[in-house]
Design a protein around this ligand. Sequence first.
Ligand code: HPA
Length: 263
Amino acid sequence: MLWKNSKVDRLAIIGGTGLTELSGLELVRKEMIRTPYGEPSGPLIHGRFYGHEIVFFARHGYGHTIPPHKVNYRANIWAMKQVGVSYVIAVAAVGGITDRLEPGMLVIPHQIMDYTYSRKHTFFENDLAQVTHIDFTEPYCPQLRQLICNGSEANGVGVVHKGVYAAMQGPRLETAAEINRLEKDGCTVVGMTGMPEAALAKELDLCYAAINVVANKAAGRSEGQITLAEIRKNLHEGMKRVRELIGSTIRQMANLECLVKTA
Ligand code: HPA
């Protein structure tokens, strides 16, 4: 496989809550990678999906045991780079802040606001002679985002083509007042894992985009409490559509003109 004729150009799918395995993925082999940053959340799964060899990786571990603030984002991203991944589609559950976002909907975010703290968030912390300030004006690869959006049209999977992702520390959900503040800040969806993952991917020059699955309306945006049962049910429905969307994106990967990755 083979996008852009390069042997090392590999696509990875990072699965979040509700996507600890990719049904339809034909297992080729599992690979545990050691990194200078410690252990990744689990082995990388090399497999075939829609006729292409890809890498699948469960962000929270395969038993979903690692909470958002404990994920070793550096080790995960490093491991992917190590095995020749160039493109990453990161799937993550979110709460919908804006009214029109209903549970089960898919959003392809274009911007991020980072409210996380105390996470290991950079690869550039030791060699002070060479601090690198990456450009993060566009946190997600616009070309890969576009490809995903095109895939949704080709496939009839309706998605919202833009979103501002608020990365919160978790693991608790937000207060209603916090959600009001996020909305004032311009955020449309809220999750806990989007950062530092996106920034680390950029530091290693990966082409990275996200598919957000609305698991619930954010705190204070619907009657009553947000329950885990409700989140699970909505994610289950949403993930079926995520799989289709990934499939139609993969079918178009050969058309990807990514400015970030030029190998
Ligand atoms: N807030 C933060 N993260 C989330 C939510 C939420 O409402 N739903 C799913 N992940």
